[in-house]
Design a binder for this molecule. Structure first.
Ligand code: BV8
Length: 267
């Protein structure tokens, strides 16, 4: 990723003009992997992936990969879960949480980490379109696999990391699978419907850190009402399925504290 330019502690003039004097009542924050990049979590299509650099997330995040090699896929997700557990929410996550507390904003995320929650947004208020690293379930009976201790993949020189997923204690025939939505799997209809409703009713959609290439999530941008304002915060503008009224080419950690303060206080 190109070097991030020096931080200008104020909104771009065009964005200031767009938001000036307006009080938004129904805000939706729509976040992608870039929201967690400043917490050290590799984004889905770029960033430091350590041992997994040789692997394409798009190929691993599929039911086919799971059928082909459960121990490789489970090791990848446990590595990612460990990464998230070792990470901390940044000032941008805290700004979104403060915005939620002040305005009741809806938080819709494509991310499978729990950083919005750890920054202060209640679990029940975060719509995880693509599931969560922290909700594994049995790949046979669907039972939630609670309280799994973080596991360290087995490393053998020259071999990809591997880790056997635990046997389901309920049916004792299936095993724990990641609680995420893989490519080719349907999103949870209730979560999707709630996200669609929130976006379809919003007066401001704040799109943070997404390349806008994964559907149906990316299609949400095109679901805003005609009179709503759409703002994108991203150092590199993503593809957009709909109108973007204002952009700020800034990182989530540096841009959100200022942007959320303006949305919260109109200042
Ligand atoms: C479905 C969970 C139907 C797993 C994820 C054509 C061909 C084949 C398939 C399709 C096709 N068209 C549509 C599809 C379907 C497919 C899809 O969209 N494919 C794409 C790739 C073309 N979609 C699906 O399969 C979906 N399901 O369609 O089901 C169906 C219906 C009925 C019955 C059965 C099936 C399911 C998609 C869900 C996939 N799962 N995650 C896991 O995490 O392991 S998606 C994955 O991508 C992550 O969740 C990630 O969040 C998401 C989106 O990516 P981004 O968040 O945008 O991340 P990315 O790395 O791309 O970009 C990062 C951005 O951050 C960049 O813009 C960058 O500039 C910015 N950034 C960087 N640093 C910062 C920053 N921003 C701010 N601050 C910074 N510091």
């Amino acid at each position: 990723m190109p070097a991030v330019p020096p931080f200008t502690p104020q909104l771009p003039e065009a964005l200031q003009a767009l938001l000036a004097g307006r009080r938004f009542q129904r805000i939706v924050v729509f976040s992608g992997a870039g929201m967690s990049a400043d917490s050290g979590i590799a984004t889905f299509r770029s960033g430091e992936r350590g041992l997994w650099t040789a692997f394409d997330p798009q190929q691993l995040a599929t039911p086919e990969a799971w059928q082909r090699d459960r121990e490789l896929v489970w090791a990848w997700y446990e590595w990612r879960r460990g990464q998230v557990m070792a990470a901390a929410p940044h000032a941008g996550h805290r700004a979104v949480a403060a915005l939620w507390h002040a305005t009741g904003a809806s938080i819709v995320t494509q991310n499978v980490d729990d950083l919005h929650e750890r920054a202060g947004v209640p679990e029940t208020a975060v719509l995880h379109l693509h599931g969560s690293l922290f909700a594994p379930r049995c790949d046979r009976c669907g039972a939630a696999q609670r309280g799994l201790p973080p596991a360290v993949p087995v490393l053998v020189e020259g071999q990809p990391p591997r880790l056997a997923p635990p046997l389901c204690p309920v049916c004792r025939r299936g095993c724990a699978r990641p609680g995420v939505v893989w490519f080719g799997e349907a999103l949870d209809p209730l979560v999707w419907e709630a996200a669609r409703r929130a976006v379809g009713d919003c007066d401001l959609l704040l799109v943070v850190g997404t390349s806008g290439v994964v559907y149906p999530a990316a299609g949400l941008i095109g679901c805003v009402p005609a009179e709503a304002v759409v703002v994108e915060l991203n150092p590199q503008p993503g593809a957009s399925a709909g109108r973007i009224d204002g952009r700020w080419e800034e990182t989530a950690a540096r841009g959100l504290p200022l942007l959320c303060a303006v949305l919260r206080d109109g200042s």
